[in-house]
Design a protein around this ligand. Structure first.
Ligand code: AMP
Length: 206
């Protein structure tokens, strides 16, 4: 199956697409994760990307497209964080039209509260939040490292990312509705409840 997850930052699309990828045995492609890896490597491209990501701006379509294209498999995929603009969605339609677009909806206030609570382990990458706090505050359960905050989780950056989402990504709702592949799910509920509903939606298109 070819699935796209839509949703504001912190809507839970990363968590849900990870679960779904394990369940359906198709690759999970998170453009945000791929870009953060590039930044970590400190390559020339990574150094340019660092500033864009920290400001919460979008990376140019051509770069994102070249990253995504080589990872799309005929067997299917779960895209998380792509497409984010109409240009990207149109390009994807030409390469591989999608079967289902799952929009995990959350109001802005929920997103802001979640971002304030999110912490990441700088060593293993494990993510903690309101739904999944570490056993000992501020310390990774797995490797004992001190947890950090992602730079783009700062309040002002989150607000900016929400504005960018509204302007550049929200128009995709109409685009995919028109194609008849769009479903919306209430993302404010607990992770397992959202997961179950996603599975139900998938059954309807199989
Ligand atoms: P995410 O982890 O999906 O929230 O992505 C983190 C950041 O990576 C975003 O704020 C953008 O700067 C960049 N990014 C990820 N996916 C895309 C995309 N499809 N188009 C442009 N920029 C992206």
């Amino acid at each position: 199956m070819k699935i796209v997850f839509l949703g504001k930052p912190q809507s839970g699309k990363g968590t849900q697409s990870h679960f779904l990828s394990e369940r359906l045995k198709v690759p999970h492609i998170s453009t945000g994760d791929i870009l953060r890896e590039e930044v970590k490597r400190k390559s020339p491209t990574g150094n340019r990307l660092k500033h864009i990501l920290e400001k919460g701006e979008l990376v140019q379509d051509s770069l994102i497209l070249s990253i995504v294209k080589k990872r799309l498999t005929a067997k299917g995929f779960i895209l998380d964080g792509f497409p984010r603009t109409i240009g990207q969605a149109e390009a994807l339609e030409k390469i591989q039209p999608v079967d289902l677009v799952i929009d995990i909806y959350c109001p802005d206030a929920t997103i802001i509260t979640r971002a304030a609570a999110r912490r990441v382990c700088p060593t293993c990458g494990r993510i903690y939040g309101i739904d999944l706090p570490p056993k000992k505050p501020g310390v990774c359960d797995r490797c004992g490292q001190k947890l950090v905050r992602r730079p783009d989780d700062r309040k002002e950056t989150v607000r900016h990312r929400l504005r960018v989402y509204q302007k550049q990504t929200a128009p995709l709702v109409k685009f995919y509705r028109h194609k008849g592949v769009y479903v919306r799910i209430d993302g404010t509920r607990p992770i397992p409840v959202v997961h179950k509903e996603i599975l139900r939606k998938i059954e309807t298109v199989k």
